[in-house]
Design a binder for this molecule. Structure first.
Ligand code: C2O
Ligand code: CU
Length: 545
């Protein structure tokens, strides 16, 4: 039997037990995975172009290309959804993004590490989706076929996480493109007939190639994909029905990721850690513990946990509450005020923080108090915790922004949909034979785990066994949480969610109400502890007419 690239990876032959970058050598796993070198916190400032990613700018329209069908995945498969050139609607915005290596400075106390970034940017450029304006994004794989670093494989697929797009544009994990190839993704960004029910708030995009997603994302392939529509306009000066949420410089993406470095200060990864790789350095937008200057006014922070396996519990050091306005892809019906919140991998929470009562010179920290030492589950809350981001209050600024009491009313929720449910499905996420399974089975592109009918609401029940936490993510649609271990969901889960923590103290059984609309075909659902995902804790559903 021939060893596939996947087998080689598992054996550590393709990447080495501990992967180190850059330099042409690999040292022993033990010394590489000891504690990272000391770094001084709060010396790098989040600024446009360094930490605050650039906004992706459209280019002149171009003709679409056929999808590559011959990129060989780590497991030996090739693309499933392949189509020829496509006609796109008039008014479509076009973009071209190059995935390429970039020397990135995590901290002035470490040498630069050789990462992979969309357009060489860490995080990737921020794409803004405007309701009613479709987008076609060509991703070009300019990653080197071989490098000495050994983290990731230059085989990529792009998933707009939380996005509503056709199966062939959804970053299905086999639909990859290799070095020198590109793939065109069409994002319809369709307006929702005035209801705004299906219009999103903050999504993100990241690599999704089969078996190698964890390393590719760890190496830098992730970015934000926020949306704008007639109530969330991106301009705080707009009159109602615009909500008037803080905008421009006061609307800040916050990507939280943990990373680990070897004694020489280069990024390391352990490709043998299938439980969930944890770092001991905390980055915001690619910088270790940076600071941000803020004015005495309201800010919108779009907080995304882009870590492979770590769960956070976040609060502000001055005890000030957050006004949460959105979770995952959707604005809440009403703002929810909380002193702290938990964020699992791939989850988003958007909060408004008003610094108007701070004094000039105040330093406020965004703090993680949740300890976690392995991929199984987070441990205890600790005090004082680890400050991830320093907010330095250094000026005054006008504040025309508002946070209305009603954000996005739920017009079609459990009340309307529950009476229509005819199908309930259960998915148990657990460890099996040293890898990660759903209902006892590993991902197999030839097996469909569920065939929901388009437009028909269903109840999906997620269970976790063995005391592990699994952030469960379903593509294409967001669900309403019905219950956690039989109890009503907490306030921050009373909106629609695309990723849910299941297991351990987060409830061993989570029930959601979900409905897939419009797009037929195969989509993935999986654990978003990306090491679990790569070790096959993924299934697929096929939306059928
Ligand atoms: Cu964020 Cu299937 O992924
Ligand atoms: Cu998992």
């Amino acid at each position: 039997m021939q060893l596939s690239r996947r087998d080689l990876l598992r054996l550590g032959i393709a990447t080495g037990a501990a992967s180190v970058l850059p330099g042409g050598w690999r040292s022993s796993r033990a010394s590489d995975l000891a504690s990272s070198p000391a770094t001084r916190p709060f010396v790098l400032e989040l600024l446009p172009g360094r930490g605050i990613p650039p906004i992706a700018r459209p280019v002149a329209p171009f003709a679409t290309r056929p999808d590559p069908a011959d990129c060989v995945n780590v497991d030996g498969t090739t693309a499933f959804h392949v189509h020829g050139p496509r006609a796109v609607p008039a008014g479509t915005e076009f973009f071209i993004v190059h995935e390429r290596p970039v020397e990135h400075l995590f901290s002035p106390d470490l040498p630069p590490s050789l990462l992979w970034g969309y357009d060489g940017s860490i995080p990737g450029p921020t794409f803004i989706a405007r309701s009613g304006t479709p987008q076609l994004v060509r991703f070009v794989n300019d990653l080197p076929e071989r490098d000495s670093v050994g983290i990731g494989e230059p085989i990529t697929a792009i998933h707009r996480h939380g996005g509503f797009q056709a199966a062939e544009d959804d970053g299905y994990p086999l639909d990859t493109f290799c070095t020198g190839q590109s793939r065109d993704y069409f994002f319809p960004n369709r307006p929702d007939a005035g209801l705004l029910q299906n219009e999103h708030s903050t999504n993100w995009y990241h690599d999704h190639a089969i078996d190698i997603t964890a390393q590719n994302v760890y190496r830098g392939l992730a970015g934000f994909y926020p949306y704008r529509n007639r109530i969330d306009t991106g301009n705080e000066n707009d009159p109602p029905p615009a909500l008037g949420l803080p905008s421009g410089d006061f609307d800040v993406p916050v990507l939280i990721q943990d990373r680990r470095f070897n004694r020489d200060g280069f990024l390391v990864y352990d490709s043998f850690d299938h439980n969930g790789f944890l770092g001991d350095k905390f980055c915001v937008n690619g910088l270790i513990q940076p600071f941000l200057r803020v004015a005495r006014r309201k800010y919108r922070f779009r907080i995304l946990n882009g870590s492979n396996a770590r769960v956070y519990q976040l609060s502000l050091s001055n005890g000030q509450p957050f006004v949460a306005i959105a979770s995952d892809s959707h604005l809440f019906e009403h703002p929810v005020t909380v002193k702290s919140f938990v964020l699992g991998p791939a989850e988003r929470l958007e909060v408004v923080v008003d610094f108007k009562d701070a004094r000039l010179g105040d330093r406020i920290f965004l703090v993680n108090r949740l300890e976690q030492t392995d991929g199984r589950k987070p441990g205890n809350l600790v005090s004082p915790g680890t400050p991830l981001l320093e907010l330095v209050v250094d000026r005054d600024a006008a504040d025309p922004s508002r946070v209305p009491d009603t954000l996005l009313p739920v017009t079609e929720g459990p009340r309307e949909l529950l009476p229509r449910v005819r199908v309930q499905r259960r998915f148990k996420f657990e460890r099996t034979n040293g890898a990660w399974a759903i209902n006892g089975e590993f991902f197999d592109e030839n097996r469909i785990n569920a065939r929901p009918r388009v437009g028909e609401p269903e109840i999906w029940v997620f269970e976790s066994g063995g005391g592990w936490v699994h952030p469960v993510h379903v593509h294409l649609a967001e669900g309403f949480v019905l219950s956690r271990d039989g109890k009503a969901p907490p306030a921050l889960e009373r909106g629609r969610k695309d990723t849910l923590l299941v297991g351990a103290s987060f409830a061993s059984e989570v029930r959601i109400l979900i409905k897939f609309e419009e797009f037929l075909g195969r989509f993935a659902f999986h654990c978003h502890n990306i090491e679990h995902e790569d070790m096959r804790m993924m299934g697929q559903f096929e939306v059928v007419p």
